[in-house]
Design a protein around this ligand. Structure first.
Ligand code: TXA
Ligand code: MG
Length: 347
């Protein structure tokens, strides 16, 4: 299949009538797949009402069928078609954070969406992305769009159209190239179907921000305890991994450099994941700075791009600095732990 690349300037007014967006929307209406930029990462969009389109999403990504998809909408009233109720906590969160990097789990209306999209669950995950190209596409096609991150299953999520093409070229109808995404890690997933609101995946909206709006918020036990079964099916899979094994290192930069020396002594090509502050300190085959530690949002924004860049550098092993596990740092550490398969070396 030929994969179209439609360049779109996200600063243009009235993208709804933009010919590239209209082209992409037509493919979605024909149950073909289109990758689209969101404020978090690129999504792989398909018609959420169509079993055919949803099956194509799972096939293109090589995604396990028990991992449900997030449904993307442009207008709140679209919810009425496939959600049974909007609890007061969810309404407050939508007022505060939509459009934005927050996915909310609702009770699902039977029969309104492809059963495959929700992996047969009684709930459905929904978000309204805060990106002009995504919103224009959603409005133009008028459909609820199922969109997982547009990477092959297990790889780091794509934050640029090039990343999407690396994984999915020839497998999808096209990608709307709106440049690099902003937040860089996926949306926060919160379950509002029970008596207490529970974070299932940390992401672009922090726990602190959520608590300012609805009071105490809980976290799924699986986020702290690896042996607990996660409520969000996707959280149990290995994710975001570069080709070489990645180890998180807790300790000084001098300690990390001694680990590098040891492996170089064994003849291995070593990579180091650091930030601009420490970039010139390390000596290794490939030292990559992932944003600035002092501005943690910049680390989130370039994390996946950095993880992918290690593959081009052909290293045998990667050592990574770690980050404070709070605010956006919580989402960064959650993704880094998964990329490392929880391997941590402490000084
Ligand atoms: O930022 C994002 O959320 C990106 C962009 C493209 O919107 N999308 C994304 O989708 O990260 P994906 O498929 O890579 O991750 C969806 C997560 C998975 O962990 C999945 O298990 C969970 O959401 N999820 C989806 N529906 C669910 C449900 N009904 N109950 C619990 N978890 C659900
Ligand atoms: Mg994903």
């Amino acid at each position: 299949m030929n994969t179209n690349v439609w360049k779109v300037d996200k600063y243009v007014d009235n993208l709804e009538n933009n010919p590239q967006v209209v082209d992409a929307a037509n493919f979605l209406r024909e149950n073909e797949l289109v990758a689209l930029p969101t404020e978090t990462v690129y999504g792989l969009g398909g018609n959420a009402e169509s079993d055919e389109a949803v099956a194509k999403i799972f096939a293109a990504k090589g995604r396990p069928g028990d991992n449900p998809l997030i449904i993307h909408i442009a207008e709140r009233q679209q919810l009425n078609r496939f959600v049974t109720e909007v609890p007061p906590s969810a309404a407050k969160l939508m007022d505060a954070f939509w459009p934005g990097p927050l996915t909310i789990i609702f009770k699902k209306k039977e029969g309104a969406l492809s059963e495959k999209a929700t992996a047969g669950l009684e709930t459905v995950a929904v978000r309204m992305p805060d990106h002009p190209v995504a919103l224009a596409l959603l409005k133009t096609c008028g459909l609820p769009i199922a969109a997982p991150s547009a990477n092959s299953s297990g790889k780091p999520s794509p934050t640029k159209a090039e990343h999407v093409l690396d994984d999915l070229n020839g497998k999808i109808a096209g990608v709307l190239d709106g440049g690099a995404t902003g937040v860089g890690v996926e949306s926060t997933v919160i379950d509002c179907t029970g008596t207490l609101p529970v974070i299932l995946r940390p992401g672009g909206v922090t726990k602190e921000q959520l608590e300012e709006v609805i009071g105490k918020v809980w976290e799924d036990a699986a986020l702290k305890d690896q042996s607990a079964r996660p409520k969000s099916p996707g959280m149990k899979y290995t994710h975001y991994a570069p080709n070489a094994p990645l180890f998180m290192v807790s300790g000084t930069r001098e300690f990390l450099q001694t680990l590098v020396e040891e492996k170089r002594g064994e003849g291995l090509r070593v990579g180091v994941l650091t930030t601009e502050e420490n970039e010139s300190f390390y000596e290794a085959e490939l030292v990559l700075a992932c944003g600035r530690r002092a501005e943690i949002e910049t680390v989130a924004a370039s994390l996946y791009d950095t993880l992918r860049s290690f593959n081009q550098g052909k290293v045998d092993i990667i050592f990574s600095e770690i980050f404070p596990n709070e605010g956006v740092g919580h989402a960064i550490m959650n993704r880094l732990e998964k990329a490392a398969g929880h391997k941590l070396i402490s000084e």
